[in-house]
Every structure is written in structure tokens, then in C-alpha cells.
Design a protein around this ligand. Structure first.
Ligand SMILES: [Zn+2]
Length: 293
């Protein structure tokens, strides 16, 4: 169940819970020739608009949960099309240990109902333009969250869908094998440079109006990422191993308990350590121990 909200010829289908995981805001673009659906969420129990094509911003379960209801050709960035097409590939990209993977696989199957494979998924690249008649949707590659994470700029409405650059107070997520902090920061900068009237996110922050407000929120979102790095530098006043940092936690609060938490913390810590070592702010000691320089 969802409530549509209109922004020019763009409809955002807001789920009852406002778009918090496991749900999200599906976007529909009503072109004069073709109707495009972006990121069909778990809130859909059918194709509500007779889509001519579907675009998936990236290969994560919450963005493909409703795809099974669609018969239309499906597109995603070349780097994420394999994880949209195959649940097994998606799970592999999470970098889980075997026992964690079994648990995550079970919970995704139970919660999202994603089939093992999706047919008719094509990879496209940055700058690809979907011609919808009187509307176009241009692919803006915004990697970092995943390697193929993309936004779409809908014109002439001026609606920029930024997917999981989701502006939440939780902050950016980059816990997959293919995630990158540097790419995420560059994507935030790229998104900030795009003028639009509306900026649509997949989750609970919904649609932000105006580029000034969007940039203000992006700055706070970026600061959240950098504050994790500062906390890590503080923690490395004493020599620590990677697993100490995983247990200390940079992303999740201590009480959060889920089978994917350690994998996300591990990957996040590794990415920040790489940056800090490269910058000379952290040194690696014998026995895989890290310490502030
Ligand atoms: Zn995601």
C-alpha cells in the first residue's frame, strides 16, 4: 500500500511507513510515449501503472523487491546489473562470512520474496538517456554505496532521483565489497552540482524541494561520513586490530543486532583505514595492528 505524491509528471509512491527499510519510495515517470518505473519497492503487490520500462538504481534487495510484478525491460548500471539479475550475486557482493550469509539469505527470502533471478535486465552506462516522449530520464552514475549506484534526472520537470544518497541522519552506507568512501564523497559532490527543482530519495526523507535545501542536507550527510573517520582516528590512539574496530562500531549503535552488522562494520572500517593509511594519519604495525600516526 502506498500514497502517490505528484511532482510535475513524476509520481512518488510513498509507502505507509514513509519509506523506511524494508520499504522505499518507488518513482513513476509518466512520459507521453512511455511510462518509466524506478526502484519498485516491497510496497507494490502488482505493476500499478503498466510500465514500459523499469530502472533499478542499484542491486540491493529493497530496490528490487517489487520487480517480480513487472514484465517490462529492466535497466541498471553495467556494474550493478549482475546483482539485479541474480540474488546470489547480490549476496556475494555483501562480503558475508558463510554463517552470516545463510542468515541474511534466509531473512531476505522471508522478508522480500525476491526470486533467484530476474530476466531481461540490461546494463547501461552513465549519461544514458531514456526517451519517454515528452520526458527524458538521464542516468547519473553516483557510485560509492555500490559500484553501479545511479540517480536519474527527469526533464523538463527537474526531478532528480538520488536513490540511496538518502540524506538520512544515519548517514551514508558503504559496507559492500564494491563500496568506496572516495567514490561516495565524489558522488555527493556530483549530486550537489546538479540543479533541479526536486530531489527524490528512496527512503524516509522523501522529496526535498530546492537546490539550496538539498545542498544543506547533503553537507550534513557528508559530515556524518567524516565524523565516523574522526571517531576511528580517536579510537586508534591505542593500537587496535580490525576486529577491535568492528566490535567498537563505526556505523551501527551497540544494541543493533543483525547478521549483516559485522560485515558492514568490517568493510566500513577497512575503507576508512585505507584512506587514513594513505593519508599518513594511521600506521600499520606488526600483526595487523593499526595506530594513529
Ligand atoms: Zn542500497
Amino acid at each position: 500500500m502506498f500514497t502517490p505524491t505528484e511532482f510535475g509528471k513524476v509520481s512518488v509512491l510513498v509507502p505507509e511507513n514513509g519509506g523506511t527499510v524494508p520499504f522505499g519510495n518507488t518513482v513513476v515517470v509518466h512520459g507521453s510515449e512511455r511510462t518509466l518505473v524506478i526502484d519498485p519497492s516491497l510496497s507494490l503487490d502488482r505493476d500499478p501503472v503498466g510500465a514500459d520500462l523499469v530502472f533499478i538504481s542499484h542491486g540491493h534487495e529493497d530496490h528490487v523487491a517489487g520487480l517480480r510484478h513487472f514484465q517490462a525491460p529492466t535497466y541498471a548500471h553495467n556494474l550493478d546489473a549482475p546483482s539485479v539479475a541474480s540474488l546470489d550475486t547480490m549476496l556475494t557482493n555483501y562480503g558475508l562470512r558463510p554463517e552470516e550469509r545463510a542468515e541474511v539469505e534466509h531473512s531476505i527470502a522471508a522478508q522480500y520474496g525476491i526470486p533467484p533471478t530476474h530476466d531481461d535486465v540490461s546494463g547501461i552506462a552513465d549519461g544514458h538517456v531514456f526517451d519517454l516522449g515528452d520526458r527524458t530520464a538521464t542516468v547519473i552514475h553516483l557510485p560509492g554505496h555500490t559500484p553501479g549506484h545511479c540517480g536519474l534526472l527527469i526533464e523538463p520537470d527537474g526531478f532528480f532521483y538520488v536513490a540511496d544518497i538518502d540524506l538520512t541522519s544515519f548517514g551514508p552506507m558503504y559496507g559492500d565489497l564494491g563500496s568506496s568512501v572516495d567514490d561516495f564523497l565524489a558522488s555527493i559532490d556530483r549530486a550537489a552540482g546538479i540543479d533541479a527543482r526536486w530531489y527524490g530519495t528512496f527512503h524516509q526523507k522523501g522529496v526535498v524541494e530546492g537546490s539550496d535545501e538539498f545542498r544543506r542536507r547533503l553537507t550534513a550527510y557528508r559530515d556524518k561520513l567524516l565524523s565516523r573517520e574522526e571517531r576511528l582516528v580517536q579510537f586508534l590512539g591505542e593500537p587496535r586490530q580490525l576486529e577491535d574496530i568492528v566490535a567498537h562500531r563505526l556505523v551501527y549503535r551497540p544494541h543493533v543486532n543483525a547478521p549483516y552488522v559485522d560485515a558492514v562494520e568490517r568493510r566500513t572500517a577497512q575503507l576508512h583505514l585505507q584512506r587514513l593509511v594513505a593519508a599518513g594519519a594511521v600506521v600499520t604495525l606488526e600483526g595487523n595492528v593499526f595506530r594513529r600516526a
